[in-house]
Design a protein around this ligand. Structure first.
Ligand code: GLP
Length: 235
């Protein structure tokens, strides 16, 4: 596990951008993408770059159940605005939050993951240590499935919605095993509200109580954080 402490999100986005650019140069074809505030600066760097993604595939971590692609709170909408409209990929996969048959949708997504092994996976981290929407207690062998969001996650994500009651209670999320199969993982964390989770991720026991701690078992993980997110780590 490699750790990099940066001044701020812009610097972190630049570092992540450079790693991704290098991997693409080396032949990476599939990017695993994340939503949330954490990767915003990274996506800005991608948008402003001269990188061309039209020969690449992207696979996103998760989507809320019950939100249409055109809903401004959906992760599909987020990805379109932050990246795909400026930098289209050959194909971009996200779970369909409005699928009538969620079991079939989960199976479809797992087939997509099997067909497109992820070269570089981008991750943020929840304050409770979740990755994707793999909440505390998630099985390390889990694959894509419908998950119930933890009350703390619903509260944390309420800032994006007009009313806390509008926050979906479920999502379709790639599983921990799916994330761990990525060849390289870049996790970014910014702000003191992530410091506890970051400390546990790096120095805590590997436990499903803090899902991100599983990354200690991955051979190629880079953690990019600002000083606030690193404040609980020993020098
Ligand atoms: C969300 C997403 C995660 C994200 C995390 C942190 O609920 N499902 O993929 O990493 O929570 O979000 P943020 O980057 O906004 O702090």
């Amino acid at each position: 596990m490699k750790t990099i402490i940066v001044k701020d999100e812009q610097a972190g986005g630049q570092v992540a951008f450079e790693i991704v650019a290098e991997k693409l140069q080396a032949g990476a074809k599939v990017l695993g993408l994340a939503t949330g505030s954490t990767p915003l600066a990274f996506y800005k760097k991608l948008r402003e770059s001269d990188l061309d993604f039209r020969g690449l595939t992207s696979v996103n971590l998760d989507e809320y159940v019950g939100l249409a692609a055109k809903d401004p709170q959906s992760y599909r909408y987020f990805m379109d605005k932050e990246l795909f409209e400026s930098k289209p990929f050959a194909q971009s996969f996200l779970p369909d939050g409005l699928a009538e048959d969620l079991t079939a949708e989960v199976a479809r997504y797992n087939q997509i993951l099997d067909a497109h092994p992820i070269d570089v996976q981008i991750l943020g981290i929840g304050q409770n240590g979740h990755i994707g929407f793999n909440e505390p207690g998630s099985d390390f062998e889990s694959r894509t499935r419908v998950v119930d969001l933890a009350p703390s996650t619903i509260a944390a994500n309420a800032r994006f919605f007009e009313e806390p009651s509008q926050v979906p209670k479920q999502a379709i999320s790639m599983g921990i095993r799916d994330i761990m199969q990525a060849k390289t993982i870049i996790l970014m964390a910014y702000g003191s509200n992530k410091a506890e989770a970051v400390e546990q991720l790096i120095t805590g026991p590997v436990s499903s109580a803090l899902p991100a701690s599983v990354l200690q078992h991955h051979a190629d993980v880079i953690i990019i954080m600002d000083e606030a997110a690193a404040e609980k780590l020993e020098a």
